[in-house]
Write a protein that binds this ligand. Structure first.
Ligand SMILES: [Mg+2]
Length: 307
């Protein structure tokens, strides 16, 4: 079974969250939304697994910790939320180095301190093989409503907060979660929908369109300006084009935002917010690339598949 068929199966059996006490948004967004005591709370979890999300051959232990917490913080950024605290559970193989494990936590704690998101609990267990880190993040919305994947409207411009592709060369271990940018966008612009790019633009844009029941077109001329230098370096090794890497590589952890405002009408952006236009939301129901010579190509989800 495909990962998303499995998630749909769970969603159907769990039922609609509407009417359930406290649940604003259930399965299907970057984080779940709970309404409790007049506050909007956000909650979600991510597993980071040795051999799947990292290997100690290419990642330092501190980078592994950074990534494990950073992935959850990026989901929080995509909801335009602020983090409150994290529950971190680890399964550690027998004989695993104490020094390495402590360095993994040091990487996590450094990021946690920077975002004022203390580690407030967790579980420790053993694994048969490889280190497994599960981070459950609790956040809140302050000064804005949570931004969902489902609010995009035809005519919205699509923007990304940074350049895309080739993250496997380094960025998947060192990325900065865009917490401040996510909140700024929600508080200053007609921001209708947002998702963080973890699986890859082709997959994550398809998720956003599916939840919003709309389509999208990406303009090759604009997307070319959002291709990262790493995508170009990687393309020389793989023989694929840099554009294909920008479309399909996962783990850029940039935000993809659908905003009801074209780039020509923007107020000045603060220094921590970068926005690159890449396309627009359409009524079509499909995601397409408009090439520089005006042809249309269907973009199917080809980013990272978990199983
Ligand atoms: Mg996400």
């Amino acid at each position: 079974m495909h990962e998303f068929e499995f998630i749909d199966w769970i969603r159907r059996r769990v039922g609609r969250p509407k009417g359930r006490r406290g649940v604003g948004v259930g399965i299907g967004d970057d984080l779940a939304v709970l309404r409790f005591g007049g506050r909007v709370l956000l909650i979600g979890s991510d597993m980071t697994i040795e051999g799947v999300h990292f290997t100690f051959k290419t990642a330092t232990p501190r980078q592994v910790g950074h990534k494990a917490l950073g992935r959850c913080l990026s989901d929080c950024a995509a909801m335009a939320g602020v983090p409150l605290g994290a529950i971190v559970s680890v399964a550690v193989p027998k004989g695993f180095s104490n020094r390495v494990l402590k360095d993994v936590y040091r990487g996590m704690i450094r990021l946690a301190n920077r975002f004022d998101c203390p580690i407030i609990g967790g579980d420790t267990s053993t694994s048969r093989r490889g280190l497994v880190i599960d981070v459950c993040l609790l956040g809140a919305c302050e000064g804005n409503a949570p931004v969902l994947r489902s609010g995009a409207r035809p005519g919205d411009t699509l923007y990304v907060t940074g350049r895309l592709g080739g993250s496997i060369l380094k960025k998947h271990l060192t990325f900065e979660p865009h917490i401040e940018a996510g909140r700024w966008l929600a508080q200053h612009l007609p921001l209708h929908a947002m998702i963080d790019l973890s699986d890859g633009l082709s997959s994550d844009l398809n998720h956003l369109c599916r939840e919003s029941r709309c389509g999208a077109e990406l303009f090759e001329s604009q997307l070319a300006r959002a291709v990262s230098p790493a995508a170009k370096t990687l393309a020389r090794r793989t023989g694929k084009s840099p554009l294909v890497h920008a479309l399909n590589d996962g783990e850029d952890f940039e935000l993809l935002a659908a905003i009801g405002l074209g780039p020509e009408k923007f107020p000045p952006l603060p220094p921590h917010v970068q926005l690159l236009p890449i396309g627009r939301i359409t009524r079509s129901g499909v995601v397409e690339l408009v090439t520089t010579d005006g042809r249309r190509k269907r973009i199917l989800p080809q980013g990272f598949r978990h199983f």
